[in-house]
Design a protein around this ligand. Structure first.
Ligand code: DGJ
Length: 711
């Protein structure tokens, strides 16, 4: 029997690197000029086929083009005219790199290609990693100034300015056409899926805000324009970074499509002194042969198995007081809500904004993280204790990166904010942003949060961020654009330290809703607040987009009041629940105004959610239809026994019966018991013909169908 090829290999004689995952192969070759160039990314090839792969070349043929294949990281030298993933300037003004391969390392599932510039003291490791059982390939770069400290040969030494350092460049195979799927939006409308023909142009997806952003998420998928949820090849990538980022997709006139991406937006530069290095975040890529649905499930699996810190823990049913009380929080009011929330089955009570400093509105107090005496005369401990006695965990909202000018912290340390001394500072939501790149600010933030957690017996932090970077500056720092990297890394570091020092502490990522959701923040948080827009109809679109990359257990979804605070739309409680039950369910309404019937109905629906929670939070998700008419999502247990289908139809149409919903994930050879109706159905019929969605008449109709495999 032929030996199984290793997941990662490099053949120095041929310069050939091969990465193998269960469902894909990725290959590259280091060319004679020392540049790693893309060879193949797609369905599994056996070693003989791989050996026979012709050297990749550019589809362009003229003296105005290079004949070389696309780069693994384009270095701004030679006949390269697309977006460069690496842009450097040396002390003598020379730009770009020309590489020699100096070696390679294969350790376990990780490959590093060691490259050195032929003339200048610059080295780069192009790094690749695969994970057992996953088709995701992670790539990043480590760039180093290898010059001797204090060298005076300014020709080749001296600082190196890095104008761009992407994590990776990716190349799609030659396809008859290209379609780009990506996520766009804004505050209250995050994660809208856009699927458009890719123009013959450079298409830039970016955030210049210092946060991942509500406006674009660093994920994209490419297909040939014919893929569906169930069929077709899809190449998708996701960048693990929580600050500014840029991905440039380049479809050139010859038809070649490549994309390069990494941290930072255009115009930033970082300086490497001799001996210094810069490491990029990971840019992960995934090839899938079976449509967008399979691509999402593979990403979900990757996030659960290799990104989330504690994927196996159930996400609790949260009650959050923000929509109920806004800034008007006090001990008695919160306790009243906590008692009602416990009655409904909530497992976590989160006290949101307004509990600290002089924070009675968004104009003051941010930065002063001690309980507001008028609201909590004996501190927060009595509330935390009572919440615990009610059987719930206690959670607290914080926004550690931000400060109101009207706060003791700002009065004491006006220099701690991100600012340029000669520019007027823009306030957003009446707040400024602290520069966590400064070690003393990071230390203060960590100390403060650590104390908050300890003193108030906090089990859960909702870490919010309600503004973005403007007038970026770091007075006195020799390399001020480091702010864009160092701030983000400090946020990550503090989260990591808090988790390490407080085992059991959970963190919810939030930035005015879904402004900071990415693979890096999810590596140290449990879930993300998806959007401040809790209108269930709007949420269907938001959740559809979110699910392209992120699993349902990370998607916080609350049931709030009707009419909805954001849209004014009135919807039935059951509809609101059925939408929110597709994620990590929470309650966010003013429960004191819910009728006894509503409270009873809510308690029953929370109980029902807990029954299907293992499927939603740990099962496999199948999107049955996109928002528009009837939206349906099917969650199947890993072992295929239990199933839950959530169906929502915002608007009825006269004369149009809701069509049967095929459940292609079911086993056609099996039978399934409908747990609520008692009927047994053939899997073949359910998979092909579909199940009656059982929607009641009228607008905002919804249903939950539960099936169990019986043979
Ligand atoms: C924005 C968040 O998204 C909301 O849920 C809430 O926590 C507010 N901030 C509080 O200011």
């Amino acid at each position: 029997m032929p030996a199984t090829p290793p997941p990662v290999s490099f053949d120095p004689a041929r310069g050939l690197a091969v990465l193998r995952t269960p469902g894909s192969v990725y290959a590259l070759r280091v060319d004679a000029d020392g540049s790693p160039r893309h060879l193949y990314w797609g369905a599994v090839l056996d070693p003989d086929d791989l050996a026979a792969l012709p050297a990749a070349v550019s589809p362009a043929a003229s003296s105005f083009e290079s004949e070389a294949a696309a780069d693994e990281l384009a270095p701004q030298t030679g006949a390269r005219f697309g977006p460069a993933g690496l842009q450097v300037r040396f002390a003598d003004g020379t730009r770009g790199a020309q590489w020699t391969l100096t070696g390679h390392t294969v350790e376990g599932n990780e490959l590093r290609l060691h490259l050195a510039d032929r003339r200048y003291p610059l080295a780069a490791d192009l790094c690749y990693r695969v994970r057992p059982g996953s088709d995701v390939i992670e790539r990043w770069v480590e760039l180093s100034h290898t010059g001797p400290d204090g060298a005076n040969d300014s020709d080749v030494s001296g600082p190196i300015v890095v104008d761009r350092l992407d994590s990776a460049s990716w190349t799609a195979p030659a396809l008859p056409d290209y379609r780009l799927s990506h996520l766009v939006g804004g505050w209250n409308s995050e994660f809208r899926l856009h699927r458009d023909r890719l123009p013959v142009a450079e298409t830039v997806l970016t955030s210049r805000r210092g946060l991942t952003s509500h406006h674009a998420n660093p994920w994209l998928a490419l297909d040939d324009g014919t893929a569906t949820e169930e069929h077709g090849e899809v190449w998708s990538t996701a960048l693990a970074w929580s600050g500014s980022w840029r991905i440039t997709v380049h479809r050139d006139p010859t038809g070649r499509t490549t994309w390069t991406g990494g941290f930072g937006h255009e115009g930033l530069s970082w300086t490497l002194q001799p001996g210094e290095s810069l490491q990029t975040p990971a840019f992960a890529g995934l090839y899938t042969a079976h449509g967008f649905g399979a691509a999402s499930r593979a990403w979900h699996d990757h996030v659960r198995r290799h990104v989330l810190p504690e994927p196996e823990r159930d996400r609790p049913v949260v009650y959050n007081s923000w929509e109920a009380t806004g800034f008007a929080v006090d001990h008695d009011g919160q306790l009243g809500l906590a008692r009602l929330a416990a009655r409904l089955g909530a497992e976590l009570f989160v006290l949101d904004d307004g509990w600290f400093g002089a924070r009675t509105s968004d104009r003051a107090g941010l930065g002063d993280w001690t309980p507001r005496p008028a609201a909590f005369p004996d501190g927060l401990r009595p509330l935390a204790d009572e919440v615990h006695r009610l059987g719930m965990s206690f959670g607290l909202w914080v926004e550690p990166e931000m400060v109101n000018a009207d706060s003791d912290l700002h009065r004491a340390h006006p220099d701690w904010v991100v600012h340029t001394p000669t520019r007027d500072a823009t306030e957003l939501r009446n707040q400024l942003m602290l520069n966590f790149g400064r070690p003393e600010v990071e230390a203060w933030a960590h100390r403060t949060l650590d104390q908050v957690v300890r003193e108030h017996d906090v089990d859960w932090l909702k870490w919010d961020a309600n503004r973005v970077v403007t007038e970026a500056g770091w007075p006195g720092h020799p390399d001020p654009d480091r702010l864009w990297i160092d701030h983000v890394r400090a946020v990550h570091r503090i989260m990591d330290r808090l988790r390490a020092d407080h085992p059991g502490l959970r963190i919810e990522a939030c930035a005015g809703g879904g402004g900071r959701v990415d693979l890096a923040v999810l590596a140290r948080t449990d879930q993300a607040w998806t959007s401040d827009n809790t209108d269930p109809v709007d949420r269907l679109g938001i959740q559809h987009g979110f699910s392209q990359l992120y699993p349902a257990q990370t998607m916080a979804a609350w049931v709030t009041d009707s009419p909805n605070a954001a849209t004014g739309r009135s919807t039935p409680l059951r509809f609101r629940f059925h939408v929110a039950m597709a994620g990590a369910l929470g309650l966010g309404g003013d429960l004191t105004r819910w009728t006894a019937e509503e409270l009873d109905e809510a308690a029953a629906l929370v109980a029902r959610y807990k029954e299907i929670r293992p499927l939603v939070q740990r099962g496999r998700q199948h999107r049955l239809s996109a928002p528009g008419g009837v939206t349906a999502v099917h969650y199947a247990a890993e072992d295929g026994t239990e199933h839950a289908v959530l169906v929502c139809r915002p608007a009825t149409r006269f004369g149009h019966r809701a069509p049967a919903l095929p459940l292609p994930a079911l086993d056609p050879a099996a039978h399934y018991l409908d747990l609520d109706e008692g009927a047994t159905y053939s899997g073949a019929l359910l998979a092909r013909q579909g199940i009656d969605p059982r929607l009641p008449a009228g607008d905002y109709a919804s249903s939950l169908i539960r099936l169990r495999r019986v043979d």
